[in-house]
Design a protein around this ligand. Structure first.
Ligand SMILES: C[S@@+](CC[C@H](N)C(=O)[O-])C[C@H]1O[C@@H](n2cnc3c(N)ncnc32)[C@H](O)[C@@H]1O
Length: 195
């Protein structure tokens, strides 16, 4: 789908597509196929772009506003038939038997530097910045096909080492497939595949 063909609207209070969103999309687009799950879909920018490459795509978000925004953007682009949108805290609402070829997450990845408000939860990943990512990885592995792939965004401002440790403990082969240096941080796209 050409970028110009896409109709897109971001609701107030929903994470707007940004450098991390675009980096993740560029890094994984050509690889995506089969059954795909996007965790933390926000406005649905990634899901709208990836749905055409997937046989079936499920977009999930903990925020009802984000779920509504993802749904309306899928409908706006007439790709709601092969897709489903769920409000869920990580994989809580997904049956154990649901497994995917690709599970992707641009998570809240920044470390907290004070009190975290409800609005901050779109980008604060915990005290170290990686707590949500680590919890996600533990659950994602149970919903991954044996030859499936996890893609996740991490920031150099967070405790990246603990994400590597989690992947190692979960017996995932992990590598960095792309990086982008920004003014104040470096974003990396990590790939995890079962050994
Ligand atoms: C950095 S935004 C990414 C949004 C969108 N995927 C993008 O790349 O533009 C992170 C998203 O994860 C969602 N999120 C945070 N914690 C979550 C959880 N426990 N379960 C599901 N989604 C969560 C937030 O509501 C937010 O929409």
């Amino acid at each position: 789908m050409e970028e110009n063909d896409i109709q897109f609207h971001v609701r107030e209070g929903v994470y707007p597509p940004a450098e991390d969103t675009f980096l993740l999309l560029d890094s994984i687009y050509s690889e995506i196929q089969g059954k795909v799950l996007e965790m933390g879909s926000g406005s649905g920018y990634l899901s709208v772009h990836l749905a055409n490459r997937a046989d079936m795509l499920i977009a999930c978000d903990i925020s009802l506003l984000a779920v509504k925004n993802t749904k309306e953007n899928l409908v706006r682009n007439r790709i709601e038939n092969s897709t489903d949108v769920l409000q869920t805290d990580l994989f809580l609402a997904l049956a154990d038997k649901r497994v995917f070829d690709f599970v992707i997450f641009n998570p809240p990845y920044l470390p907290a530097d004070g009190n975290v408000t409800k609005e901050d939860r779109t980008y604060i990943g915990g005290i170290r910045g990686t707590e949500i990512t680590e919890k996600f990885l533990k659950q994602a592995i149970k919903h991954l096909k044996p030859k499936g792939t996890i893609f996740v965004v991490v920031s150099s401002l967070a405790d990246v080492e603990s994400v590597w440790d989690s992947m190692r403990l979960l017996n995932l082969s992990a590598d960095i497939i792309n990086q982008k240096r920004l003014f104040f941080e470096t974003l990396s796209i990590l790939r995890g595949t079962p050994k």
